[in-house]
Ligand binder design. Structure first.
Ligand SMILES: Cc1cc2nc3c(=O)[nH]c(=O)nc-3n(C[C@H](O)[C@H](O)[C@H](O)COP(=O)(O)OP(=O)(O)OC[C@H]3O[C@@H](n4cnc5c(N)ncnc54)[C@H](O)[C@@H]3O)c2cc1C
Length: 432
C-alpha cells in the first residue's frame, strides 16, 4: 500500500500521528493494523468527555482489532467550552450538546452506565448496575470533583442555590437564569478558584460574558471577582478587554488584596472576605477542585488531589495498566483544558496500542490552545506545544504564544471567528 507515509518507519508514523501531525488513518493503513493483530485485547475507557471520547476513538483507529468499551452515564455530553456563551445569552444549549452515535459507528462499544469501583489488582471494574468487566488496559478520564470542605458555610447542596456552572448542563442554565433575574443595579459576585483548576481562563471568559449580558440589559449592575489567587491566565489581555468594552463594570480583587474568602452565608447571599462583607444578588462560587470521584476512590490520586502519571504514557504511577488523562491527571505544565485532554488522549492511545503489542513507548508532542471571548466579537487566545524530556512534560521554548496586547479591533474579531472554528473542529474530532 503506497502512500505519502510509506517511507516513514512505523515508529515515526505513530509519533507523528500521536502529535496530531500526520493523518491518523496512516496508522491503520500500514504499521498498526498489522501490529494490532498481535496485540488485540480489551481496553475500557471511563468517561465520555473530551479525554475519554477521544481516547476511545484513537484506540480503535490505531488498532481496529482492539475491543474498546467507552463507559459514560449520560447519553448526551454538554461541553463546558461554549457554556459561558450560553450564560451570556447568545448561544443555545443544543449548540454545545453532543452524542455518542459516531463512537458507536466507529466500532466502539458504548455503555451508558456509571462505574462504581475499580479493582486495580484483579483488573476488573464494577458498574453501578452490578455488572463486572475485566480489562487489559483501563483509561480513566473522569474530569474534576469539587472540594466543599475548604470554605465555611458551603457544602454539596450549595450548588442548588449558588451555581458554580463548572460542569455544563443544568448548572449553566441556573446561572444564566439567575443573571437574567438580577435586579437593576445589582451585584454579580464570583469567587474564582485557587490553582490548579479546570480551564484557567474559564472564570474570566465568564466574567466577560456576564458583562456582555449586563451591558445590554442591566447597565448599572456591577461584577465583583474575589479571587483565591494573585494572578490568572491571560490577565493583561482580559483586563484590557474588560476596560475597553465594559468600562468600570468589573472589579477584580486578588487574593492578597482582599480576595481571600472566609465564609459564605448561602441563605442571605452574603460573602465574608478580607475585602469586607458583600451582599450580592447572584453568587457564582466556583469551589476549589480535585480529580473526579472515581479517581480518588480508586486510589489514583496523591496529596495534591490529582493523579500522578508517567508523563510519556499517561500510565498511573500508582496502579499499573490504568492510564489517567484529562483534568484528573498531573501533566506537567499542561493546563486542564478540553484541548489538552484531547491531545493527551492521542498520546495515551498510541502508547497503549504499542504497549499491548510489546513495543517501546513513544514520546508524542502534546498541544494546547485556549480561545476566550471577551465579547461575542472580541477574543484572545493562548497556545503552547509540549515535549517529553527527562521524564517530564515540558513546554517547548518559543512555541505557541498569546494574543498581542493593544491589537486592533479587527484582530480581536478574527480571533472571535477562530474561537467558533476551534470549537467546531475539536467537537468534530472528539464526538464526530
Ligand atoms: C466554563 C468553562 C469553559 C471552558 N472552556 C474551555 C475552552 O474554551 N477550551 C478548552 O480546551 N477547555 C475548556 N474548558 C475545560 C474543559 O471543559 C475540560 O478541561 C475538559 O472537559 C476535561 O476533559 P475530561 O475528559 O478530563 O473531563 P470531562 O470532559 O469532564 O469528562 C468526564 C466524563 O467522565 C464521566 N464520568 C465521571 N465519573 C464517571 C464514572 N464513575 N463512571 C462513568 N463515567 C464517569 C462524566 O460523566 C463526564 O462525562 C472549560 C471549562 C469550563 C468549566
Amino acid at each position: 500500500m503506497k502512500n505519502v507515509f510509506s517511507k516513514l518507519t512505523r515508529r515515526q508514523m505513530i509519533q507523528l500521528a500521536a502529535a496530531g501531525i500526520a493523518a491518523p488513518a496512516a496508522l491503520a493503513l500500514t504499521g498498526c493494523s498489522t501490529t494490532g493483530r498481535k496485540g488485540a485485547g480489551n481496553v475500557v475507557v471511563i468517561g465520555g468527555g473530551f479525554g475519554g471520547s477521544a481516547a476511545a476513538k484513537y484506540l480503535k483507529r490505531y488498532n481496529p482489532e482492539l475491543n474498546v468499551t467507552l463507559i459514560e452515564p449520560n447519553k448526551e455530553y454538554i461541553t463546558c467550552p461554549g457554556s459561558n456563551w450560553v450564560i451570556g445569552g447568545f448561544h443555545e444549549m443544543k449548540q454545545i450538546t453532543h452524542n455518542y452515535n459516531a463512537a458507536k459507528k466507529n466500532g466502539i462499544n458504548v455503555m451508558h452506565e456509571t462505574v462504581a469501583s475499580v479493582d486495580p489488582d484483579k483488573q476488573v471494574i464494577k458498574l453501578a448496575s452490578g455488572k463486572t468487566m475485566a480489562y487489559d488496559k483501563l483509561v480513566v478520564s473522569p474530569g474534576i470533583d469539587f472540594k466543599w470542605d475548604v470554605h465555611a458555610g458551603v457544602d454539596e447542596n450549595t450548588e442548588k442555590f449558588l451555581p458554580h456552572a463548572y460542569k455544563a448542563g443544568d448548572q449553566t442554565l441556573l446561572l444564566r437564569d439567575q443573571l437574567q433575574s438580577m435586579r437593576q443595579g445589582g451585584t454579580f459576585a464570583m469567587v474564582a478558584p485557587p490553582n490548579p483548576f479546570r480551564c484557567p481562563p474559564g472564570p474570566y471568559e465568564r466574567v466577560g460574558m456576564v458583562a456582555h449580558y449586563l451591558k445590554q440589559n442591566n447597565p448599572t449592575a456591577k461584577i465583583l471577582i474575589l479571587d483565591q489567587k494573585n494572578a490568572f491566565s491571560k490577565q493583561g489581555l482580559f483586563v484590557e478587554g474588560w476596560e475597553l468594552n465594559y468600562g468600570q463594570m468589573i472589579e477584580h480583587v486578588k487574593l492578597d488584596d482582599g480576595g481571600k474568602l472566609r465564609s459564605i452565608d448561602v441563605k442571605n447571599k452574603t460573602i465574608d472576605a478580607d475585602y469586607g462583607k458583600v451582599k450580592a444578588d447572584v453568587i457564582n462560587y466556583i469551589p476549589p477542585q480535585k480529580a473526579g470521584k472515581l479517581a480518588v476512590a480508586t486510589g489514583l490520586t496523591n496529596e495534591s488531589g490529582y493523579c500522578p502519571i508517567n508523563q510519556q504514557t499517561f500510565e498511573s504511577t500508582i496502579h499499573k495498566n490504568i492510564h489517567v488523562i484529562g483534568d484528573a491527571c498531573i501533566a506537567g505544565p499542561m493546563p486542564k483544558s478540553g484541548h489538552s485532554a484531547t491531545s493527551q488522549a492521542r498520546s495515551c492511545a498510541a502508547n497503549i496500542v504499542l504497549a499491548m503489542a510489546g513495543q517501546e513507548p513513544i514520546s508524542a508532542k502534546n498541544v494546547n490552545t485556549c480561545y476566550s471571548l471577551v465579547t461575542p466579537d472580541y477574543a484572545i487566545s493562548v497556545a503552547a506545544i509540549y515535549d517529553f524530556q527527562d521524564g517530564k512534560i515540558v513546554s517547548v521554548p518559543g512555541s505557541g504564544g498569546v494574543s498581542p496586547m493593544g491589537a486592533a479591533p479587527d484582530v480581536r474579531k478574527m480571533e472571535a471567528i477562530y474561537t467558533q472554528g476551534w470549537y467546531n473542529s475539536i467537537a468534530d474530532e472528539v464526538w464526530g
